[in-house]
Design a binder for this molecule. Structure first.
Ligand code: GLY
Length: 418
């Protein structure tokens, strides 16, 4: 069997690692992959957004299943292109992927079918946005409607901050086209969770839930990042809550998309806030979370190859039920000094020999090889996942690994998971 993973970050490394466990004899490719993925798969130098070249590669190599890691190739229509060529791929087509690529679309869809989410309005005109803001109590959230590499959500603690955010997006064009339309919404108070599903256009089957910690500093302070660490499962997410999310959110959304002629299949990420009034949707993503995938996948016992292949060829996930998670996992992200703003790259990374095991995985996110040596090449450099029978054991393993890996200016949080 030949498998291809699109992408080259920590999530994609975790997907490749999982596929390697699920299908030990498969030939696995990654486009473009990274130095960590290179150790377990063949990396091909095709960018994740070069969807034409990826489709050509999949056709030439007769790939049996392609799994899309990030959102940008989905929005760029990689699934539509594969479908044209009859190539099996796991992920939503571009019109369905608007759930993530257009926040305005997702919010309107939720309002239309009564999915619980924060009160909101959508704007392209700054004057109208400012007049709406005048009637809101801070904190408020100002979001770029389009894809902004995880940076398009601005939490504003005062009206003045919100006014500046509106002007930055709608007047100064801070996020370019992605920010020409904005969503302004009420801030939801409560703990956040990420619940992941495999969907086939009708059914949604849950994977393990996770909690991401997006703030840079310990104590959930400092600027928002792509995620400084995550753990899974989340103790307060029991089967009843997952069932509520499946039947009250995931499946109605998928059914509505099908009814509108945009059937949704692939991973569905439901980001929720557990408010006093019950779970409310913060966002949908059309992929697994990063770094959440680096905690969820190592403890997912059931093979994902069969359900992904079944969905990719149109057979559906009916009858597939993953077993319970194997213990607990926690991923600690090692970031470059200066992240999420500017940071140096090209710094040598030292990973002690023999550090990795089944219970301690080191996922590459922003690394490169320079003159035969591993160096930093991004803001989030590595994800160090500890797996244990308990959350405490997983956390201790992850932090021990994070201590032992070295690069200049390494930033990481020791408080994730408590
Ligand atoms: N960790 C947040 C995300 O993947 O969008």
């Amino acid at each position: 069997m030949k498998l291809l993973v699109i992408g080259g970050g920590g999530r994609e490394h975790a997907i490749v690692d999982k596929l390697r466990r699920d299908a030990p004899r498969a030939q696995i490719f990654a486009a473009p992959g990274n130095p960590g993925i290179e150790a377990v798969a063949r990396c091909v130098p095709i960018g994740a957004e070069d969807v034409e070249s990826i489709a050509r590669f999949a056709d030439d190599e007769a790939i049996d299943l392609t799994v899309v890691g990030p959102e940008t190739p989905l929005a760029a229509g990689v699934v539509d292109l594969f479908a044209l060529h009859g190539l099996p791929i796991f992920g939503p087509a571009s019109t369905a992927a608007r759930l993530e690529s257009s926040k305005a679309f997702a919010k309107a869809l939720m309002r239309d079918i009564g999915v619980p989410t924060a009160a909101f309005e959508t704007f392209t005109d700054p004057k109208a946005a400012l007049s709406y803001l005048a009637g809101m109590e801070p904190p408020v959230v100002v979001k770029a409607s389009g894809l902004a590499a995880g940076k398009g959500v601005l939490i504003c603690r005062s009206r003045e901050e919100a006014r500046r955010a509106v002007e930055e997006l709608l007047v100064a064009g801070r996020f370019g086209e992605a920010g020409r339309r904005i969503v302004i919404e009420a801030f939801l108070e409560g703990p956040e969770i990420s619940v992941f599903f495999i969907t086939d256009g009708e059914r949604a089957v849950p994977l393990v839930s996770a909690r991401d910690h997006k703030r840079l500093e310990e104590g959930d302070r400092g600027p928002n990042t792509g995620g400084m660490g995550a753990f899974a499962p989340v103790p307060e997410v029991g089967p009843d809550l997952v069932e509520t999310v499946r039947t009250g959110i995931a499946e109605p959304v998928v059914a509505e998309l099908a009814a509108r002629g945009s059937p949704y299949s692939g991973f569905l990420y439901v980001g929720l806030v557990l408010t006093e009034d019950g779970p409310k949707v913060l966002e949908f993503n059309c992929r697994l979370g990063d770094p959440e995938a680096q905690a969820v996948l190592p403890i997912t016992e059931a093979s994902l190859v069969e359900p992904m292949l079944a969905v990719a060829v149109g057979d559906g996930v009916s009858g597939w039920q993953p077993e319970a998670a194997r213990g607990a996992a926690l991923v600690t992200v090692l970031a470059s000094d200066g992240y999420p703003a500017s940071y140096p790259t090209g710094l040598p990374i030292g990973v002690p020999d023999g550090l990795e095991s089944d219970d301690l995985r080191v996922y590459h996110a922003g690394t490169a090889m320079l003159d035969g040596k591993l160096v930093t090449a991004g803001g989030r450099v590595l994800g160090v996942t500890g797996v244990g029978r308990t959350a405490e054991e997983a956390a201790a393993r992850s932090r021990r690994g994070a201590e032992l890996i070295e690069f200049e200016g390494k930033r990481w949080r020791r408080d994730i998971g408590g």
